[in-house]
Structures are given as structure tokens and as C-alpha cells.
Design a binder for this molecule. Structure first.
Ligand code: TYM
Length: 342
């Protein structure tokens, strides 16, 4: 059976990159897969989180999932800390993964920065916990944005090493699913940097809860270049932006990619429509589209958050189901490892 697992960290500022790179794709996969969507609060605390904010963000991310169209009755939606198996399997994976593998993780290098000695041990072993999230359910497919690809590949390596070390075929090798024109949404202030929750400038991202005026302001002020919009010569044979075009005009292609993703059209069609036009006209069209899509989701999020009973019910019920799926898998792993249960 094909099963999806994916998650978002409840660390505030859920943005357009999270939506277009991940959540929106999940909505479409719900019909073909058995899905588990997690709010990964254990991951969040690898960097300092204010406890009250963490609780608030956990509900906010859940609201975003539901408002975007995730069916919390049909599929499993829960926050990670309610299922102890994640931490238990992560410990076993801490003993499977090699230091050399973790040392190659680019996200640790980015997040720990120059203060590496002061980073939490949790941040370092974060990818092992992520492998545990996926493999605790024997998930086969992991829909994520481009930035998480390396972590899913590490989860494959861990699954393979575990299977080899113990001579079993217990874990599937999970496949990353990286989809669409917006697998890597870039900052509105710098087209070479990823749109991120942790960017100090709020103008660099469009948050899921920004109102129409703020979205309009952010798009109006988004960095561009002095040329009219590019034409189809910027695209290669596969419909991808050519490297040299992207390097020359990262902001233009980022905004075009966002437009293509939001309008659900191929990038080539969007480029053909706006070829030679000025950014001002394009930005107006982009604003209308972004406001129409995010406005609906933002309003539904606000409705859900006004009385969290529905959200809490989804998380409680989701956690029960997640425990029911994962408990026998964890037992199987523990038996293979040799843990005695007299
Ligand atoms: P997180 O919380 O940073 O991001 C959640 C999802 O959003 C995607 N994303 C983006 N996509 C396109 N453009 C962007 N600028 C952008 N920024 C973020 C991410 O790729 C991700 O899919 N480690 C994960 C959470 C996690 C997880 C898992 C995911 C924990 N366990 C197991 C899948 C399976 C993370 O920090 O995502």
C-alpha cells in the first residue's frame, strides 16, 4: 500500500512557500494515497520556542491544513508529540545513522550558522527524527519542497542500513515527491534566498494569514529588475527556466513561478501571457490571484481558530489513529533490534 507522510514545523509565519511547496500538493494527493499529515512540534523545539507560542502555532498549522482542504476525518492529522513512537524510533535511528551522514546535511549548517558550538544536539540529529516520522508508519512517499529532499534521502539511507544491518526487509525506501513550479519559492526581497519563516524581514514572505492590503503591499514592493518580463526563449526544452536566465533574473522567475503555481498553469503559458509587459501590470495580476487564493484560506483559518474545539478534536482523534498505526510497527522494530519484552 502506498502511504504518504509529511509535516510542517509549528514555528509561526506559515508562508506561501509552505503552501505552494507542500500543503497544496497534499490536498491533491488525498484521493490516491492513505495520508498522514503531522504538525512536527518535536522538530520545532530544536531551536528555542516560547511555550505559549508553540501551542498557538500548532493550532495555526492545523487550521491551515484544514482550511487548505486536508480532510482530517478521512486522513490522519495530528501533532507529533502526542505519539511517543516518534522519539522512540528516532533514538534507534540515532544509533543507525552515521556522523558522516549528518555532517553533510546542509540545513544543519544553515541553521546552526557560525554558532555551531551553541546549537542544540537536537538540531544536529533532526534528520534522524524526520526519518523516524516517515518510517514509523512505513510511509512510501514524502511530498515536500525542494529544501527537504536531502533529508528524505537520508531517511532512505537509514531505512536501507537498518534493513541490511538486521537482515530484514522491514522498512520501505521512501520516495521524495517534489512537485510543480513552486517547489522552491524564493524570498520577495532576494530571489536567490528561499522564502523562509525565519527571515527577519516580514516583507520577504507572504504569510498565509496576511490580509489583502498587506499581500498587495508586499507584492508591490517585491524586488524586480528594470527590464520587461521575459519571453519563451528563457525556457529550455523541458519547460524549465534555463540556468543562465535564472541567474540573470531570479526575482522575475520567482514571481512568474508563483503566478504559475497559484493559477495552476504551466510556466510556459504564464510567460507567453506576460512576455514584454511591465512588472507593474504583472504585479497587479499576481496580487489579485494571491488575494483570491489566500484570502479564502486565511478566512477559514480565522474561523477555525476562533473556537479551537474543532482543531483540538482533529488532533486528538488523529493522534489516536496515528498511535494505532504506529504501535505495531514500533513493536516489530523493537523485536528486530532485540529489546526484551518479558
Ligand atoms: P518546514 O516546516 O520548514 O516546511 C514545511 C514544508 O514547506 C516546504 N517549504 C517550501 N517549499 C517551497 N518553497 C519554500 N520557500 C519552502 N519553504 C518550506 C518544505 O519543503 C516542507 O515540505 N523538516 C521539515 C518538516 C518535517 C517533515 C517530516 C517533512 C519533519 N518531519 C517528515 C516531511 C516528512 C521542515 O522543517 O519543514
Amino acid at each position: 500500500m502506498n502511504r504518504i507522510f509529511s509535516g510542517v514545523q509549528p514555528t509561526g509565519n506559515l508562508h506561501l512557500g509552505n503552501y505552494l511547496g507542500a500543503i497544496r500538493n497534499w490536498v491533491r494527493l488525498q484521493d490516491q494515497f492513505d495520508c498522514i499529515f503531522c504538525i512536527v512540534d518535536l522538530h520545532a523545539i530544536t531551536v528555542w520556542q516560547d511555550p505559549a507560542e508553540l501551542r498557538k502555532s500548532t493550532r495555526e498549522v492545523t487550521a491551515a491544513y484544514l482550511a487548505a482542504g486536508i480532510d482530517g476525518k478521512k486522513h490522519i492529522v495530528f501533532n507529533q508529540s502526542q505519539v511517543p513512537g516518534h522519539a522512540q524510533l528516532a533514538w534507534i535511528f540515532n544509533c543507525v545513522a552515521r556522523l558522516g551522514w549528518l555532517n553533510r546535511m546542509t540545513q544543519f549548517k544553515e541553521k546552526s550558522g557560525k554558532q555551531r558550538e551553541n546549537a542544540s544536539a537536537g538540531l544536529y540529529v533532526y534528520p534522524n527524527l524526520m526519518a523516524a516520522d516517515i518510517l514509523l508508519y512505513k510511509a512510501t512517499h514524502v511530498p515536500v519542497g525542494e529544501d527537504q529532499k536531502q533529508h528524505v534521502e537520508l531517511a532512505r539511507d537509514i531505512a536501507q542500513k537498518f534493513n541490511n544491518d538486521f537482515g530484514v526487509n522491514l522498512f520501505p525506501l521512501p520516495e521524495p515527491m517534489i512537485q510543480g513550479a513552486a517547489a522552491r519559492v524564493m524570498s520577495l526581497r532576494d530571489g536567490t534566498k528561499k522564502m523562509s519563516k525565519s527571515d527577519p524581514s516580514d516583507m520577504s514572505r507572504i504569510n498565509m494569514t496576511d490580509d489583502a492590503d498587506l499581500v498587495a503591499q508586499k507584492i508591490r514592493k517585491a524586488k524586480t529588475d528594470p527590464h520587461p518580463l521575459p519571453g519563451p526563449e528563457a525556457l529550455g526544452a523541458g519547460g524549465q527556466v534555463k540556468d543562465e536566465a535564472l541567474t540573470a533574473r531570479p526575482e522575475a522567475f520567482n514571481l512568474l513561478g508563483i503566478y504559475a503555481a497559484l493559477s495552476d498553469r504551466p510556466l510556459a503559458a504564464v510567460i507567453a501571457e506576460f512576455e514584454g509587459k511591465e512588472f507593474s501590470a504583472f504585479k497587479q495580476a499576481l496580487t489579485d490571484l494571491a488575494v483570491a487564493t489566500l484570502g479564502k484560506i486565511g478566512n477559514e483559518m480565522k474561523r477555525l481558530l476562533a473556537d479551537p474545539a474543532e482543531i483540538d478534536g482533529v488532533l486528538r482523534h488523529g493522534a489516536e489513529r496515528a498511535r494505532a498505526v504506529s504501535t505495531p510497527i514500533l513493536r516489530e522494530v523493537e523485536d528486530v533490534v532485540g529489546f526484551l519484552r518479558p
